[in-house]
Write a protein that binds this ligand. Structure first.
Ligand SMILES: Cc1cc2nc3c(=O)[nH]c(=O)nc-3n(C[C@H](O)[C@H](O)[C@H](O)COP(=O)(O)OP(=O)(O)OC[C@H]3O[C@@H](n4cnc5c(N)ncnc54)[C@H](O)[C@@H]3O)c2cc1C
Length: 461
């Protein structure tokens, strides 16, 4: 029998919520342990947001260099990607972040860092290697990983995920991306711009199916304009080795025209890291997809155990994971009963131009049956976008016709990921849309046209 080392609080996972919570608890004088099995900073820092956005930045530069002539700028010679240098840049950005988090935690007073895989032994005890730890409060921040579906042939071919894609330091000749949603599209466009041939294979009838049809159509058009091949309604995806290549068949009968690629990226969703935590020994309930069930203040089914971030299924983003930390800290330390349901859904897809969304989309508003108003504006009518030579996409806003509250917005367009924040903040303020309509924004910006869109609303029929 090992005697457990006792703490006031144990945090499992050093992702986007755990380290900040460790900081708050330790500062409040609690004796804290934080356990990380692999890379400090988790998905966002190591295999998600940060590395992909450095790639997106490199891809943007390549695209601009290739289109330089249209701006009156001469670039001598062909534009090519130096994949080793590109990877080195990406690594240096993410390492700064990873090392910063690790050294912050290791230097934190009242906090002990354990490296290794944590598993429950009981509702108050976790084992990490040879160490047994106990605490009355346990916070799970274990995140998720790429889903690898059991599609025919998947076991017989080498495939890439979002993690292994980031290890590439040579350019794929032809990258086939299985999955036409957020993760797949970012990689597809970046690698196309680096110089790969790229095909997206999507099971559904359109890309980014969570979005409105006009958004999906516009995203498709933008990607096709850059030479990305898109195969939709791929109902029966089968993977097969063909010499050094991989053939991807998409039809249920023999595909007369399979896509032949040098590399295959599987970008078909995420699964929570909850199957190897020993949750049964703690009695923590999960839903049918493995997400830890939590209430509005992120308490699990077992008193004294909380779940934050991607593993609770309440969000799939860094900002939602961080907000989970804020909710837990506010409830435990500030006597402030913050709740998940106070959060307005918002996120971006970092293709170029980006797609930024907040609240409800048009389909959801229609489904709600409420009287609503809609405003749209193509980016070709946004001066700043035209001046930048980046006028693809459009803006769309939705308003409750009776209360004048903003219901949601989507901006597919240059700087849309920044411009949407004026809408997000007015939604949090629960102010009517007329607040933005009457605001004077800076000229020339993309945000400048948002009051104009709100000034030209029509009934949603
Ligand atoms: C390709 C890609 C791009 C993305 N881009 C964006 C973006 O631009 N913006 C955005 O908001 N979100 C983005 N995301 C999503 C974002 O990365 C996640 O939502 C975020 O990282 C979730 O944070 P988390 O703290 O819940 O989990 P994670 O960051 O996954 O951290 C969980 C940590 O727990 C550790 N762990 C797991 N199990 C155990 C165990 N048993 N014992 C010890 N440690 C354990 C893991 O090693 C990991 O370090 C992206 C995701 C991907 C895959």
């Amino acid at each position: 029998m090992t005697t457990p080392t006792h703490f006031d609080a144990i945090i499992v996972g050093a992702g986007q919520a755990g380290p900040s919570l460790a900081g708050r608890l330790a500062t409040a004088g609690r004796k804290v342990a934080i356990i990380e099995r692999k890379l400090f900073g988790g998905t966002c820092v190591n295999t998600g947001c940060i590395p992909t956005k450095t790639l997106v930045a490199s891809a943007y530069v390549a695209h601009k260099a290739r289109t330089a002539k249209s701006y009156g700028i001469n670039v001598a010679g062909p534009v090519t990607a130096d994949m080793k240098a590109l990877k080195a840049r990406k690594d240096s950005v993410l390492l700064k972040s990873r090392n910063g988090i690790e050294s912050w935690l290791r230097g934190m007073q009242n906090c002990t860092v354990y490296t290794g895989h944590a598993r429950f032994e009981s509702p108050t005890e976790l084992r990490v290697g040879d160490s047994l730890l106990s605490a009355p409060q346990i916070f799970l921040n274990v995140g998720g990983r790429a889903n690898v579906p059991d599609m025919p042939g998947v076991k017989d071919i080498p495939f890439l995920t979002n993690s292994t894609m980031l290890d590439l330091d040579t350019l794929p000749r032809h990258l086939i991306v299985v999955g036409g949603s957020y993760v797949g599209i970012e990689f597809a466009q970046a690698f196309r711009r680096f110089g790969s041939e790229v095909t997206i294979v999507e099971m559904g009838p359109r890309l980014v199916q969570r979005e409105d049809e006009d958004v999906s159509a516009s995203v498709k058009e933008i990607l096709e304009k850059e030479g990305i091949a898109i195969r939709l309604s791929a109902e029966c995806i089968r993977l097969e080795r063909q010499g050094n290549d991989i053939a991807v068949q998409v039809t249920c009968s023999d595909d007369p025209n399979p896509s032949i690629g040098s590399h295959v990226l599987l970008a078909v969703g995420r699964v929570p890291n909850t199957d190897d935590l020993g949750l049964d020994k703690a009695g923590v309930a999960v839903d049918k997809h493995g997400y830890i069930e939590v209430d509005d203040q992120l308490r699990s089914s077992v008193p004294g155990i909380w779940a934050m971030g991607d593993c609770n299924g309440k969000g799939a983003f860094t900002h939602t994971a961080y907000n989970d930390f804020e909710i837990v800290a506010a409830n435990l330390l500030d006597n402030d009963p913050r709740r998940v349901s106070d959060r307005i859904p918002t996120y971006a897809l970092y293709m170029d131009p980006p797609l930024a969304c907040v609240g409800m989309n048009e389909r959801e508003v229609r489904k709600s049956g409420r009287p609503a108003l809609i405003g749209t504006r193509p980016m070709t009518k946004v001066g700043r976008a035209v001046e930048k030579g980046e006028s693809d996409g459009f803006m769309k806003v939705l308003v409750d016709a009776e209360s004048k509250q903003i219901l949601g917005a989507s901006i597919l367009g240059t700087s849309g990921d920044e411009a949407i924040h004026c809408i997000i903040d007015v939604m949090y303020a629960r102010a009517p849309y007329t607040t933005i309509q009457r605001a004077v924004h800076i000229h020339p910006t993309v945000s400048e046209l948002i009051p104009t869109v709100f000034g030209d609303l029509k009934p949603l029929t």
